[in-house]
Design a protein around this ligand. Structure first.
Ligand SMILES: Cc1cc2nc3c(=O)[nH]c(=O)nc-3n(C[C@H](O)[C@H](O)[C@H](O)COP(=O)(O)OP(=O)(O)OC[C@H]3O[C@@H](n4cnc5c(N)ncnc54)[C@H](O)[C@@H]3O)c2cc1C
Length: 297
């Protein structure tokens, strides 16, 4: 189906984009990679009268390090992150970027658009939730920063004002002895995962000093599996603590049955993914180079 006719606007700065959205009112929307918005418009689930295109604004797509922080411009494409050596310093981000859909989607879709869309099955928010990530926003009243954990309020709903945009995502580089992993299980490449788990941890010998575990597709928003983290924090990583963490991750999930599987299946799946992600993260923290990719089932 064709989308409803709309007016197209091409601002030359983020400030201009925000002013335009404020002026144009309720029926205007930002356009980034268009990989969520355009399909919704074609299905007429969204019918904005105005699109304010962010794609031609200079300086909005970048990955850079400054003072131990990695900064991603909101318009940075999934594929740019997948192929970035800087981003590869955080394997959890590389795993995430490389596993999103297919190359066409990764070439267009952006990290900012993905976070703003807040799809409960989206990959980025899950991976970023395990890191100290901040989202820098720009609205009519100026700039503000908020922890990523405060961005998503509900399925497809963020705390962003209607005319406020994400301009940057900033992530602190973890200390030495850290490793991370993001694993998802999906039915085919160009579909969202059935379940996903992200882990970022720091080890000292056999002992897990710090850990963050996030789960995707098993609630209306991505969730932290805090009880699973508690099982491992300050303790030796053994078969027993791993099994306890798996069980705690399974118990933290609150999925809905749908065409991707029953709630019980997703609970079992996300526990197993969390366990595997912990195992990969530990090996990476020890300096092993391990490639992972989505599991197809
Ligand atoms: C076939 C297919 C498969 C997919 N599979 C996956 C998958 O497995 N995992 C996954 O995570 N994603 C998947 N996606 C979605 C993809 O990752 C999108 O890129 C992403 O969800 C939205 O990013 P975008 O840049 O395309 O945003 P757009 O579609 O342009 O915009 C999405 C929404 O965010 C708003 N917006 C965009 N940028 C900003 C900004 N900077 N500030 C504030 N608001 C903004 C828009 O107004 C719109 O409401 C898939 C998409 C397709 C078409």
């Amino acid at each position: 189906m064709y989308p409803r006719a709309f007016h197209y606007h091409r601002p030359s700065s983020l400030e201009q984009a925000v002013s335009l959205l404020s002026e144009l009112g309720e029926e205007a929307k930002f356009l980034a990679g268009g990989q969520s918005l355009i399909p919704l418009m074609k299905l007429r689930f969204a019918s904005p009268a105005h699109l304010v295109d962010l794609n031609f604004i200079p300086g909005t797509s970048y990955i850079r390090e400054d003072n131990g922080t990695l900064r991603f411009g909101a318009l940075t494409r999934h594929a740019e992150i997948e192929n970035s050596e800087l981003a590869a310093r955080l394997p959890v981000l590389h795993d995430c970027a490389a596993g999103i859909a297919d190359v066409q989607v990764r070439n267009r879709g952006t990290i900012g658009g993905s976070l703003a869309e807040a799809d409960p099955s989206g990959d980025w928010a899950v991976a970023l939730l395990t890191l100290s990530a901040d989202v820098h926003c720009l609205g009519p009243r100026g700039e503000r920063s908020l922890p990523l954990s405060q961005l998503v309020r509900d399925a497809y709903t963020t705390v962003l004002e209607r005319d406020e945009l994400i301009q940057e995502v900033a992530v602190k580089l973890p200390p030495k002895g850290s490793g991370g992993a993001y694993l998802s299980c999906k039915r085919a490449a160009p579909v969202y995962p059935t379940a996903s788990a992200a882990v970022e941890l720091t080890i000292d010998g056999e002992v897990c000093q710090e850990i963050a575990i996030a789960l995707g597709c098993v609630s209306l928003t991505p969730i932290r599996a805090k009880d699973a983290e508690t099982v491992l924090r300050g303790r030796k990583i053994s078969e027993k603590t791993l099994a306890d963490a798996q069980e705690a991750a399974r118990a933290a999930a609150d999925p809905q049955s749908d065409m991707r599987g029953s709630a019980d299946y997703k609970r079992a799946l996300v526990g197993a993914l969390a366990k595997r992600a912990i195992q990969v993260a530990v090996r990476r923290a020890r300096g092993e180079r391990i490639e992972v990719s989505p599991i197809y089932a």
